[in-house]
Design a protein around this ligand. Sequence first.
Ligand SMILES: Cc1cc2nc3c(=O)[nH]c(=O)nc-3n(C[C@H](O)[C@H](O)[C@H](O)COP(=O)(O)OP(=O)(O)OC[C@H]3O[C@@H](n4cnc5c(N)ncnc54)[C@H](O)[C@@H]3O)c2cc1C
Length: 405
Amino acid sequence: MTQSNTPRKPHAIISGAGMGGLTLALALLQKGFEVDIYEQSPELREVGAGLWISANGSRVMEKLGLKKELQAINLDPEDRVIRFWKTGEEHSVYNRGATDSKVDHTLIQVLRAELQRILYEAVIAIKPGAVHFGVRAVGAETMDGRARLLLDDGRAIEGDVVVGSDGAHSQVRQSIFGAAPARYTGANAWRGLASMARLKPQHQRALASTWVGPTAHVTTYPVQRGGEQFVSFSAQVDSEVWQTESWSERGELSDALRDFEGWNQDILDLFINSENLFRWGLFVRDPLDRWSRGRVTLVGDACHSMTPYLGMGVNMTFEDAYVLARCLEAQPEGVEAALERYDSARIARANRTKASSLEMLKVFHDPALERIDTGRSYIERNWSPEAVRQRYDWLLAYDATAVEV
Ligand SMILES: Cc1cc2nc3c(=O)[nH]c(=O)nc-3n(C[C@H](O)[C@H](O)[C@H](O)COP(=O)(O)OP(=O)(O)OC[C@H]3O[C@@H](n4cnc5c(N)ncnc54)[C@H](O)[C@@H]3O)c2cc1C
């Protein structure tokens, strides 16, 4: 019998089929790795309403060959505006501001579930059955030179590398680095999705808007699924009352209307017409200074869950996934060294983004926004072309597909 000289494909075991897990799986499958993903949900679930993908994230999607698919689920904004909470007065950020930046400030606006669907379809087109649904991980370890994902049914799945992309409450993170206590930021979040058909005509403008007020702000933008349009919105409001840190906790309309008393009717209409309302507490964890231990590592919210104020959570996750795939490709025989390279390439940038995102809360909520006269100059100062470039250019210019690793 002849023995094959083909080297064994390195095998990656991934916990969590969210944005990070599926992106990493696709990148690794395209690079010739064997991949299996273990996802706790019994199926892909609708979570998270809309998402913005910015240039740093869409570069990764394009490299993965998903440009056409992404365009098909996108709903292009014609402008990005900051609006005064009471009157809706607009201050354009794109058209007046960032166009003189050398960096691409384009936003792609999608439903999270649609994004997850195109990633999932691309993964199973290469490896049908790559995602094992209804399987919950409880931890991971390195033993005898192999990586193991530990499941709650007692099984241990062995591979060359284990990646925890199991979100902010990551079991993989907890098992390799211990508990990471979460601190309440002092803000509650709301999110919802309102069908365009139920809203007034002014909602039909394709604007990516952030309405800012003294103690709250609301980001709204249109998204679509199969041609049907919705307005996706997420709101943050200062509150001493803590809520659970979960994107899928239901909220009551009466509480939302109390939180946004005095706000422009266009904002209240979004809450009133939303199919479901969700409310949760925004928490932060201390930044990690290591993401990898032995043959186990982390991507996405598992290692840098952040406040949504810069719209960077998913974009950082795409960057992590692609850089990790490149590090593993460069050193398939030396997984531990590859993971060290990954840590060096990613941690400082992700932690800076996490810190900058938290700082934005102070910008979005300010007493100067109480009145229109002081509010107007506050908005013009804080969203001047220079301020926007300073806030975003370093984020958007990064290219995970080419950066040195
Ligand atoms: C309302 C809202 C709006 C947002 N808007 C933006 C935006 O505009 N731009 C942006 O960049 N980011 C945005 N984000 C953040 C973004 O959604 C996250 O940063 C991103 O989804 C992180 O990807 P992930 O793969 O790390 O985690 P997730 O996508 O959350 O996936 C984690 C997966 O792991 C699974 N899992 C969890 N535990 C286990 C376990 N023990 N075993 C097995 N599987 C497990 C989960 O079921 C899930 O499928 C937003 C978030 C929210 C809530």
